[in-house]
Design a binder for this molecule. Structure first.
Ligand code: FHN
Length: 439
């Protein structure tokens, strides 16, 4: 009797485990080049996010199809108006570099399903449907490779246009598509497009998935998709914006509109921090895709401080632009990016190649670390003496990164106290470098 119960339990467990979709690529062992790419990614610290698609024509963000209940057949009129004759990939990449960014993550396909590249498995793409007829991803990839910038593709798993994206998820219910479809045929299509992206655009930094959250209960066949990517380009990093702890087969963890572990924007309610490289993304106003009336631009100071806080939390900062339908990046974004680049040209040593520092984020600011140097990023500190707990070794020197001048400090059993005279304080970030001797 007991034996039977055990057998039934084992059988039931087997049935359950085969019915519950596997989340990820079980047993995944990252290749050595993948591990090297993760280190590169962490060293890079700052990237440009680009949300660009036919929705930019309407100047109302990338969710316009869903928000305005535009049917798929109506939305199909849009590509005819998308003609980015002023798109200049060399100028984009020059701006990326001027901003001090090291990589670009651009939408190959957003939720509207429209491929911004020359797909052979669909004609719902930029080459087949727009008067522009050119593959902007190829143009950008070539330019990124020329100028030494890594290119990642944002790829939406959710699709408001493809008929086989069925059963529908939480969104895209007003698109007028027939209430039928073949889910696994949709996944085959998605894998085929990913294969195109990983074979036709040179070396790719990685794939940034989004949209899993539309159907959390579905079998996304992640194991197959992740294995495909890792087979085609072992160094390419896989990440997914599912707002959860990473699944096997993912190489970095992302947070949306919040620092790791925070949830002020409501996206990261289930995001526990795992042990992969981290990234947080944010908009410059409130929109990802071009929004013509969104004037809520963040100041350069706030954007720099976000970058600093991200680095202090051991995370990259992926800062978004939503280019206009003519192919240009609007001046409000460009000017802020250049100002961030100016700041980084002075303080970059405290950001690039660093990891989160030994003192965890505090109300006054954060720390970063590179080798035996700890950088203090003092963001809000009104007093003269800042007290720190003990660092991993005896402090031998302290300097203000601004001008290299020495900072006075005292070290005892309790820790280190550093003097920050009012004249040395910087409204954006007072950066000090403390060098210690490892014991
Ligand atoms: O729905 C998308 C949104 O349009 C945008 O792409 C952001 C970027 O992180 N992610 C989604 C929401 O989680």
């Amino acid at each position: 009797m007991k034996g039977l119960r055990v057998a039934v339990a084992v059988l039931a467990a087997g049935l359950v485990s085969s019915a519950v979709p596997l989340r990820g690529q079980a047993g995944y062992q990252p290749a050595p080049e993948n591990l090297a790419a993760r280190r590169w990614f962490q060293d890079a610290r700052f990237g440009m996010f680009v949300h660009w698609g036919i929705y930019s024509v309407l100047g109302d963000g990338e969710w316009v199809m869903n928000n305005r209940k535009i049917r798929a057949a109506e939305y199909e009129k849009l590509p005819a108006f998308f003609n980015p004759v002023d798109f200049d990939p060399a100028a984009w990449v020059a701006l990326v570099k001027a901003a001090g960014m090291k990589y670009v993550t651009i939408t190959s396909k957003h939720h509207d399903g429209f491929a911004m590249f020359d797909s052979k498995v669909s004609d719902w793409d930029i080459v087949d449907r727009t008067p522009y007829k050119k593959d902007v991803l190829k143009m950008l990839a070539d330019e990124c490779h020329r100028q030494g910038i890594k290119l990642f593709f944002y790829h939406s798993q959710l699709d408001w246009h493809h008929p086989d994206y069925y059963p529908r998820g939480r969104t895209g219910h007003d698109t007028g598509r027939p209430e039928s479809g073949e889910w696994y045929r949709y996944l085959d299509y998605m894998d085929a497009q990913l294969e195109e992206l990983l074979t036709g655009y040179g070396e790719i930094g990685g794939i940034w998935f989004d949209g899993w959250w539309d159907r959390p209960e579905a079998d996304w066949r992640l194991a197959k998709t992740y294995a495909l990517i890792h087979r085609l380009q072992p160094a390419a990093l896989v990440g997914s914006n599912h707002h959860r702890r990473p699944n096997p087969g993912e190489d970095f963890q992302m947070f949306e509109k919040d620092l790791p572990g925070r949830n002020t924007a409501g996206f990261n309610d289930q995001s526990e921090i795992g042990d992969l490289p981290l990234e947080t993304c944010e908009t410059m106003n409130n929109a990802w895709g071009f929004n013509i009336t969104d004037r809520s631009y963040k100041s350069t100071k706030d954007l720099v401080r976000y970058l600093v806080r991200a680095a202090g939390n051991d995370a990259n900062f992926l800062l978004n632009v939503g280019p206009m339908p003519n192919g240009k990046i609007q001046p409000e974004f460009a000017s802020r990016l250049k100002e961030m680049g100016d700041w980084l040209s002075r303080y970059g040593e405290s950001i690039y190649g660093t990891r989160g520092g030994p003192v965890t984020p505090r109300p006054w600011g954060v720390t970063t670390q590179k080798g035996d140097t700890v950088y203090l990023h003092v963001l809000d500190w009104p007093d003269e003496t800042l007290s720190l707990p003990k660092l991993p070794g005896k402090v031998t020197a302290a300097r203000f990164v601004k001008d290299g001048s020495r900072a006075a400090f005292v070290e005892d059993e309790a820790g280190v106290r550093v003097k920050i005279p009012a004249a040395m304080r910087d409204d954006t970030d007072t950066v000090l470098a403390l060098t210690y001797q490892s014991s």
